[in-house]
Design a protein around this ligand. Structure first.
Ligand SMILES: [Zn+2]
Length: 456
């Protein structure tokens, strides 16, 4: 599991949430989110999503699912991407709960809700700005006349305007939410799945909101859940003949292993124990424990734990990947490379992330023939995952060790480029180009980076 930080404009649904809370136009600023990259989780979530996206007529639209490293419950769409918080995945006790949320978000995409929300937000933003200006004006006037009463009145006016903006937005959102619920149930019916998970999730969120009022998950704010909405949802969900259908046990096991992994990475071993209190010797609990042991810097014990799991699940690609991670930490690079090679052969498809891990281990051996192989594995892995910025560092290192300085500079340029550091990217691309023959693929790629203009 790897964390990468990306800067992006806050999602529209998230903006809606922020607007509700903060009621300020500054909510439209750029935010930094930490994205989690992990072959196991990505493979599972894309298995959850594929049938739903197909039912929604979106399977050819290249919808990306992005995992955000955040403990709170949230899922939202932004452009052609579905963002889902890792906290939402650990909260979901079954695959069906995640699938239900994905179906609901797919309903927003298919319904074109974002475009209309964008327009609504612009109206709301204008209203909020106007009210803020009125508020500030009255406040200044109040301060000038040294009257506390007037200044307070100014603030009240600002809050009133924001409240108006908020209400208009919420009213609009309610109808979109009901539409997305109905569409989601349709997708679930067509894929032979229960809407029980979606219902359970929304009931849980609605209950939490009513009880607490503090520590509200962003999802609840961006997806208003009045009693009436839940009641309508329940009626529709129960009508389906799939309502009582359970997730297959194999899928449930993979789901729980994913939850264990997220808990271990985000919160450590105790969180894993809490999560699997009911089954402390089950595979998910022991998987989370092995990961936590590895993260605590105890590779020897971690290796024993993962090997015990591998004996039970010899064909699980991600146990082999964990074994590779542990062996790298133990400075046993060649054995690590073997483990990653096995992970690659067992994983469905050819996950670029695992291939980068493999290349990284080969590089760490320092043996010239293996470093050569490392460069080619890293290159192929990154061609499958061009946005995986962390990988370019290893690629640059591999080329550097092989004495191919031009390729090393270009790889460094790519790394900067995919992290959004365009100035640095251009510097390295220019340096690479000076050592390259004009018109070659490397030279052309360097040229693309040098001439790149940030959109917008
Ligand atoms: Zn929604």
């Amino acid at each position: 599991m790897v964390y990468t930080t990306v800067t992006r404009t806050i999602s529209l649904f998230l903006v809606a949430a922020y607007l509700t809370v903060a009621s300020t136009p500054s909510a439209f600023a750029q935010s930094r989110v930490t994205v989690v990259r992990d072959a196991e989780i990505e493979a599972l979530i894309s298995e959850y999503a594929q049938p739903i996206l197909k039912a929604a007529g979106l399977s050819r639209s290249g919808i990306d699912i992005v995992l955000v490293n955040n403990r709170s419950f949230n899922a939202f769409v932004d452009g052609r991407r579905i963002f889902i918080h890792t906290g939402a995945l650990t909260d979901a006790e079954t695959p069906n709960e995640v699938i239900g949320v994905l179906a609901h978000e797919a309903g927003h995409i298919a319904g074109g809700h974002q475009e209309r929300l964008r327009q609504q937000l612009q109206r709301a933003q204008t209203m909020a700005i106007v009210s803020a200006l009125i508020g500030i004006g009255a406040g200044v006037a109040g301060a000038a006349s040294d009257s506390r009463g007037l200044a307070t009145a100014g603030m009240g006016m600002a809050a009133g305007g924001a409240e108006m903006a908020r209400r208009s937005l919420l009213g609009y959102q309610r109808s979109e939410e009901a539409t997305a619920d109905r569409t989601a149930i349709d997708y679930l019916n067509r894929t032979g799945q229960s809407a029980n998970g979606m219902l359970k999730t929304f009931e849980r969120l609605a209950g939490g909101m009513a009880l607490a009022g503090v520590n509200v998950d962003p999802y609840q704010i961006s997806h208003p859940m009045p009693r009436e909405r839940i009641a309508n949802l329940e009626e529709l969900a129960r009508k389906s003949r799939y309502f009582d259908r359970k997730d297959p046990p194999q899928l449930q096991l993979r789901h729980d292993m994913m939850r264990a992994k997220i808990a271990a990475y985000m919160e450590g071993g105790q969180a894993v124990q809490r999560l699997f209190r009911g089954n402390p010797r089950g595979i998910p609990a022991r998987y989370g424990d092995a990961i936590a042991t590895y993260l605590n810097g105890n590779p020897r014990t971690a290796l024993q734990k993962v090997d015990a799991l591998i004996a039970e699940m010899p064909r699980n690609a991600y146990l082999q990947e964990l074994r590779g991670d542990i062996l790298i930490k133990a400075s046993r690079a060649e054995e690590a490379a073997n483990a990653y090679a096995r992970a690659l052969s067992l994983a469905p498809g050819t996950p670029g992330l695992l291939q980068v891990g493999y290349g990284q281990a080969l590089l760490a051996t320092g043996k010239p023939d293996l470093v050569k192989k490392a460069a080619s594995e890293l290159q192929t892995g990154l061609s499958r995952e061009p946005e995986f910025a962390n990988g370019y560092r290893y690629l640059a290192q591999a080329y550097g060790q092989l004495g191919d300085i031009a390729a090393a500079e270009l790889a460094t340029a790519e790394g900067h480029f995919h992290l959004g550091r365009y100035q640095d990217a251009k510097i390295f691309a220019t340096r690479a180009q000076k050592r390259m023959k004009r018109g070659t693929p490397g030279w052309l790629r360097a040229q693309d980076i040098i001439q790149y203009r940030k959109p917008g």
